[in-house]
Ligand binder design. Structure first.
Ligand SMILES: [Zn+2]
Length: 217
């Protein structure tokens, strides 16, 4: 099971104190999704992955940590309106704001994680399918930068990217860019073969790593 508690934290931006949810422990049973979203129970602990100050709207993993965020940033329109995306999930909005602040800080890895988490929050909310796609398209821009600048030979990132493409409905791009892809491990080659088959079928649904393995057996 997952265990949470609530603690009082002072916001690093506005100095107001609020009660915040903190994850004490969780466990993980089963296979992650192909985009590396963890299996239950960890899967359902996202509400504790980022905190939001009810006073000023500051979002961070821990809102009491020194932020480096400039005064006034939290009042800018893109932050307040989540760039006008119309996200229908409060949790997705929180992750989107975390993405914006990470982008400001030049932390592409953190920005990528945050926007992917926003996509997962959209996945979990009925009627947010289009917004999940929008978040994945932003995540694709960032994962391209990560691969190009930091990890050009990282098979795991390249595979995660393939799943982002498929789940964003970019089937043509996936087929074109991965048709001759060869990875270092047999498992990864099985996964990309699975992705290509699903892309040919126009299937943008969620699958686990285990289901991709089984399908190849
Ligand atoms: Zn605050």
């Amino acid at each position: 099971m997952s265990r949470f508690t609530e603690i009082e934290l002072k916001c690093a931006m506005c100095k107001k104190t609020s009660r915040q949810r903190v994850l004490l422990s969780t466990s993980c049973f089963g296979s992650p999704d192909l985009d590396l979203r963890p299996a239950p129970l960890q899967r359902h602990t996202m509400s504790a992955w980022a905190q939001e100050c009810p006073g000023c709207g500051y979002v961070a993993a821990s809102i009491n940590d020194e932020s480096g965020v400039e005064p006034g940033r939290l009042g800018r329109e893109d932050y307040v309106t989540c760039s006008g995306l119309g996200l229908g999930s409060g949790l997705a909005e929180r992750f989107y704001r975390q993405y914006l602040l990470a982008l400001d800080a030049g932390d592409i890895e953190q920005a990528f994680s945050a926007i992917l988490h926003a996509a997962w929050a959209c996945d979990d909310k009925a009627g947010e399918g289009e917004n999940a796609v929008k978040c994945r398209k932003i995540a694709l821009v960032l994962i391209d930068r990560l691969i190009e600048e930091k990890a050009p030979h990282n098979d795991s990132l390249r595979l995660q990217r393939a799943d982002l493409l498929r789940r964003a409905g970019e089937f043509g791009l996936l087929l074109e860019q991965y048709k001759d892809a060869v990875f270092h491990s047999e498992l990864h080659n099985r996964i990309i073969a699975f992705q290509l088959r699903k892309a040919k079928m126009g299937d943008a649904r969620r699958y686990t790593v285990r289901s991709a393995e089984r399908d190849a057996e």
